[in-house]
Design a protein around this ligand. Sequence first.
Ligand code: CP
Length: 367
Amino acid sequence: MTRPAAMAGAARTTAPVVVRSGELSKGGRRHLLSVAELGAEGIEEILEVSDAFVEVGRRSIPKVPSLRGRTVVTLFAEQSTRTRLSFETAAKRLSADVLSFSVDTSSVKKGESLRDTVETVAAMGVDAFVVRHTSAGAPAAVARWVDASVVNAGDGWHEHPTQALLDCYTIRQVLAERSGRPSQGAGTGCFVGLRVAIVGDVRHSRVARSLVLALGALGAEVTLVAPGSLLPPSLEGWPVTKVSYDLDAVLPHVDVCYLLRLQSERGAGAFLPSVREYSAWYGLTSRRAALLGDGALVMHPGPMNRGVEIADDVAALPQSLVLRQVSNGVAVRMAVLFMLLGQVGSGGAAPDLAPTLAPTPGTVPGA
Ligand code: CP
């Protein structure tokens, strides 16, 4: 991965961008398959690069030519709204060509294997695959089959690394704003001792696994709150401080309450007496939200089951960051794609993060 240490300003400039190798480059990695492979330094580096792309997102034309000539494929074998559109927006804002592949409308439905499919698409000349799949390990398999970079966009119950990165970015951004300091250069010290409750269907959640690994690496104190049936069979390798079955008791003592979606499509309902009972004990209602300390943040990766894990009025509270998480996801995914692909083929030159030239208003290109 590569990173810009400085960004071009809001004006149409060609200010130099200093690039140095990132942690993944040092490790010779071309993929992002798991938060576990990043470590605290790798996470911090991605968050810092994301700052630069948040700035790009605020421009009137939020587009840079950094990945011009690169091709990114979004290969989704499971439903998605946020992740898919976010990656596609990110790649387009980096000026990459984007191919959008849906298993449901592909020759997979005629019996073609995932490997044949991936190798076929790769033969068209692809620089990165962004892969979502119902099976844990599918993105890692794709990484073995092709020369392109692979980004895990969520695989089964395993991991969803960019979700965890955008969540960490959002927490860091809000805490920096509150302290009156810019997010740029804020580091990750804000996570040390930060008390985070991750609530709900941990068992089936790739989001929870990636987030626990990220927060643990950054020094946060993570409490899992769930009925026993919705905890993983083993918490070995999960850097959590404690587990609780009592949400009311935990809420007054956390800085962040992160709610997980009850994953009915993965059979979560079979682990519960009823969804209504689950909601009664573990849903963040407005009564429960009032137990949170001043300034505590409410987060959810989406899609939300309103009235199950989060009440309508809680989702609308000022401290609810759900839509900010989505917004930041574009910048974080720009950072990941840029760091994986930005230097490839550039002969080591600094990537161009100046804005893409736009036609003069009122003119018709090519007319
Ligand atoms: N948070 C998340 O992964 O949402 P989608 O399933 O809509 O991509």
